[in-house]
Design a protein around this ligand. Sequence first.
Ligand code: FES
Length: 574
Amino acid sequence: MGGGIKVKKRHTSYGDEGFSKFIKMAFQRNLGFDKKDFDKPIIGICNTYSEVNRCHSHVQPMVQAIKSGVLMAGGIPLEFPTISIGEMFTSPTTMLYRNLVAMDTEEMISAQPIDGVVLIGGCDKMAPAQLMGAASANKPAILFTGGPMENGEYNGTTLGACSDCRYFWQEYKAGQVSEEEINNINSQLAPTSGHCMVMGSASTISTCAEAMGMMLPGAAAAPATVNERMRLAKETGKSIVNLVEKNIRPSQILTKEAFDNGIRALMAVGGSSNTVIHLIAIARRLGINLNLERFNKLSETTPFLANLRPAGEYQMQDFYHAGGVQTLLKEIFSLLNLDEMTVTGSALRENLKDVEVNPVYRHIIKPIDKPIHKYGGIKVLYGNLSPQGSIIKPKAIIDQNLLKHKGKAVVFKSINEMESRINDPNLDVDKESVLVLQNAGPVGAPGMPEAGMIPIPEKLLKKGIRDMVRISDCRMSGTAFGTVVLHVAPEAAVGGVIGLVKDGDIIELDIDKGQLNVLITEKELESRKDRFIPPNFNDFDRGYPLLYRKHVLQADQGCDFDFLLPPPSKIKGT
Ligand code: FES
């Protein structure tokens, strides 16, 4: 390889750099390297294989393929582990640990003598955390994931994790699905290796990463099980050596314009609301002050094209056959910043040059002039209930009458209280009520769990009600659905108005106008603010959760830790 590597390798410090190199060489000989190998680029493979994180339990053959690609391109691949967290296996919620993964990733990339890195992402919080860490470490990096699962099937119906987990569980509770059926469905919900195969959080962040240039073209949608994913793994190995050779770093790829491309992709696929928080967090690591207003602005000018669940009908396997992210980007070509650098070493324009839209799959990726909806899939709401913003996915709403709604608040002070009372036959609730969940935000919960899709009370389910307005300061899974307002900021635990709402207050939601308000007088609101007493937390008094609670930022700022951001003088607006 030519070009010269400009990334300076770090060595363990002994106060004598020559000795540091000498001792390192002695200790690396157990891997079979000799002196001449140390001049080759060292590529770290951040391997997040884990049997506990089932979405990463199949990645070992892909890691081997990446290593082959690195060797073929003249580099030396070295695997190293970092924390690996899976959605269904991490208590109380993976979001509590996203920043820990990001810190682990950043520090291991920075501290170790590697010139570039391939990050093995997959499950929801992994890729965002890895991109946050890689952005701060700023060594050449490519994201690769284990890919989505194949479609599930039950009785002739396609199943998707985990939209159908929620849908069928709701039907089971409503008495519409038997015990035997729900068990049979359970066995088919996650039928192969890979991450969730609807356009949930994992698929959405991959889609955005590919659109922003941090994954190879095609790498987001190829299912975990297809040969193409192995080919992409090998290509990723070759490409990272090329990136190191050209010294192309995340800060040159993840520009303000690249984030706009990512947001356009998010809107065009109607992706997960979690991605809003993650993109803000990644951008701010690079000193880009991405804000909710930017999402609103781009949503208003990006058509919703991908007919993918939970907002549409198809899943990632179908999206892959339709051409995946590259075809989607070709369709919104005119809206993109095409001169942005990508991990191929070429600009996005070059990558998309030969992409052709296959008309056979127009039912999956709609043409830009015949979109599913004129606007993107996420709307930001303001108003006195969420002065710093909140999020709703209008396309995930089941009951369209709720797009504009006024109803009496039924308030739950915590997730535990909500769980214990929601199905109480005496709960004063009807289909017009607005369910409000407090103290479930980044500080309050802590970690902002995916409890925002508050269950419909069983007594209403049995009357046929399947959607209600629900409001919280927490998140919901990207696979979830309903009239669900999320990420209310500021959250209840830090004195946000959501925490001041009382049973019986009238709440007004107007999605077209982007407004969420509690209809009480200004005087009453001020009086409640004056009487606010911060919660006396007694759940975590030491360790990482305590650190999290002390330093986590609000949802509109990406829920990163305040001490991980660049200094204020280095943050630019968008
Ligand atoms: Fe890992 Fe859904 S559980 S992506």
